[in-house]
Ligand binder design. Sequence first.
Ligand code: SAH
Length: 499
Amino acid sequence: MNGKVILVGAGPGDVGLLTLKGKAVLQQADVVVYDKLVGQGVLALIPPTARRIDVGKRASHHPIPQHQINQILLEEALAGNLVVRLKGGDPFLFGRGGEELELLVQHGIDFEIVPGVTSALSVPAYAGIPVTHRDCTSSLHIITGHTKTAPEAQIDFASLVKLKGTLVFLMGVSAMESICTGLLAGGMSPDMPAAVLERGTTAHQRRVVSTVQNLVHDAQAANIKTPAIIVVGKVCALAEQFHWAEERPLGGVRIVVTRPRELASTLTEKLRALGAEVVELPSIQTAAIENNAALAFALTNLGRYGWITFTSPSGVRIFFEELRARGQDIRSLAGLKIAAIGSATAHELEKRGLLVDLKPSAYNAGQLGAALGVAAKGTRILITRARVGSPDLTAALDAAGIPYDDVPLYDTLYTYEQADSVREQLACGEIDYVAFTSASTVRGFVGAIGDFDFSQVNAICIGEQTALEAQKHRIKTVIAQAATIDSMVALLTDLHRQK
Ligand code: SAH
């Protein structure tokens, strides 16, 4: 049976501007065919099971010609796949979406279209430019600086000027000079406000606000490159008053967050809410130990223990999956006291209806052991954690003379997806920070990036142990005051404010 092609607008870059429908279909995809302009954050939502085909193109270099892209879509759909064709902005606005559908229609392939947030509107918005305003303009015109037949814009400038509306030019960087001279020759006032907006909605967005007369000079002085849009009209003068994106606490900051593949990251959410651009690099993965005899013994003999401890959110998740697989539920834990290494782990337990009796004042294995050494006197402790866990926990219990069963739940595996683009961005100095929430995320990151001079990397670490691991690779580190996600976010905000 034939598959289907879904044309999806990926928005202008900021992952928050992908539509809910776009995200939902992306997560169902067997194959994703995408362009250069699709944001990193959106690419990170592609499921690991989906095959990725990069047909990236930027300005006038077209690595894969359009007819070949059309052919790829057709062949993948004929092979029965659900194909998501991800395109920057909106798929139909100068996006060749129509051309891609023609061949599919000829072959009777099913398709759907998920419109996207176009750069033509959102990039000005992120620069503080409302594209219409009743005091300035009552119409908006979106124009391409390139056409299929002519590399230079073929535009009737005199008619355009007469419309007196806001003009937005896409793909106009290389044609900027001819656009501005054309507008002046068409009768536009040389003082008409004009702006060029580069890489809008990303952490690296830049804007040059000038006049039609001076725009080329000012854009060259600022070394503006594609992708950028040109906006011409009185509304550009409002940018000074309305710009907001860079003013957010973490506006303009690009951060890599390494996290286990299965865990949604609260760190990512918090950073994005403060305006940071987050690139997620899922560099570790947890795999439950199969036929886990030690765990089976512990679960059938829960009465032996006075306490149970958890040392990571992944550990909590796997423990309860195993419990359920055995036909048991939280009632089996009645009577046991519960310890968690930190607030993220405690939160995972709370989600399952269990409140924590003990959480150490500093979130590390040594402190957890020391606290249990006092609280758990006279009982046996069930420790559930990674196969390779910190010796500090058991050493502290040994010192306190408290018996325990150290039951391994999972192995940490390192995954090496999506690292190429992060390596490239690190090499160009486009990543401000990498956030590490455990020593294993450091190992995963270093393994994923591979051979690299890590002394250029600035890291925010959740605690000492994590920082020590990072320093082994010459990564520059700063450590959060308290070992919590909130404390990492506060540190980043301070560092950025000082900049
Ligand atoms: N379909 C897309 C436009 C594709 S044409 C949309 O709806 O946005 C490609 C042009 O879009 C680029 O040359 C540039 O002019 C503009 N563009 C896309 N994303 C942009 C961004 N983040 N910042 C500035 N311009 C962008």
